[in-house]
Design a protein around this ligand. Sequence first.
Ligand code: HEM
Length: 334
Amino acid sequence: MAKSIMINMLMLSLTLLILAPFGFSIKTYGSYLYPQFYDRSCPRAQQIVYSIVSRAVAREARMAASLLRLHFHDCFVKGCDASVLLDSSGSIISEKGSNPNRNSARGFEVIDEIKSALEQECPDTVSCADIMALAARDSTVLAGGPRWEVPLGRRDSLGASLSGSNSNIPAPNNTFQTILTKFKLKGLDIVDLVALSGSHTIGKSRCVSFRQRLYNQSGNSQPDFTLDESYASQLRGTCPRSGGDQNLFSLDFVTPTKFDNSYFKNLLSFKGLLNSDQVLVTKNQVSLELVKKYAADNELFLEQFAKSMVKMGNIFPLTGARGEIRKNCRKINS
Ligand code: HEM
């Protein structure tokens, strides 16, 4: 009897281990994320998130991109635990001041609006981390991308990490290898890297994030030869050698607000905006082949994107008794 229970337990653990990389349900300290988490405790949660995100995106199409990125910037720092939403106070130093986030991360007011609607509907129930995961999915759908079931049950952190935000989130001038390493440290692989970079099919970048590709730097390095010359000269028009740091440029100049595979087509014609985009075709054979596949097959891209988003959303969530359900996403409860 005891032996058969042991064997059953072993089989279950093995099955979970095999299924985990596919994002079915991830075991973390005895608890799981699963899509039905709020079905009893807050049945209208997903509806409420969707309606507020869709109003925000109708007001401003870019908001879809900003909310998608916010989830990424959350998950890469201490896991998907809403640490990115905390303002500085007491011993907390906000991640909002980090290099990747300063003058760049946005969408916080939309998350606040969702949170206050959910606190009205079912107080102390839906975490800010789950709100971000749902808002990222809904944003993708509203921009014309794929839909997926979002595993839920994340809890919110009791702190933030400015240094983690500075070091874990890839920078646009990082090498291909550094970017891949930063993904691998989060349990994501080269397929996830290429698919998730496809987020840059929507949204905007500031001039300061790619300027170094446009100009000779004090004589010692050449402008970026992997950038199409006519595209580069067009960009120089509104991204001057100095000044205009905050000027905005579509990451995908062909279909800037549509979630499709034109980002990958741009890369193949050397019209990726960020250096971190272009290196996917110039520095690694495996990622080049993936870019070609996604450029040729929109459905394949959308399918892989959804899978990789579930995987990213599963990075080290707080579950069970760890963390808390914040009342206000900007501050810890006590
Ligand atoms: C692979 C490494 C990545 C790098 C180096 C990178 C870097 C950047 C940079 C520099 C910007 C422009 C920021 C600015 O100038 O204000 C940006 C924008 C954006 N990123 Fe990434 N990113 C990466 C991966 C991702 C991933 C994995 C996602 C989502 C899953 C994502 C989603 C976005 C979106 C949607 C925008 C536009 C945001 C907006 O318009 O508000 N990025 N990224």
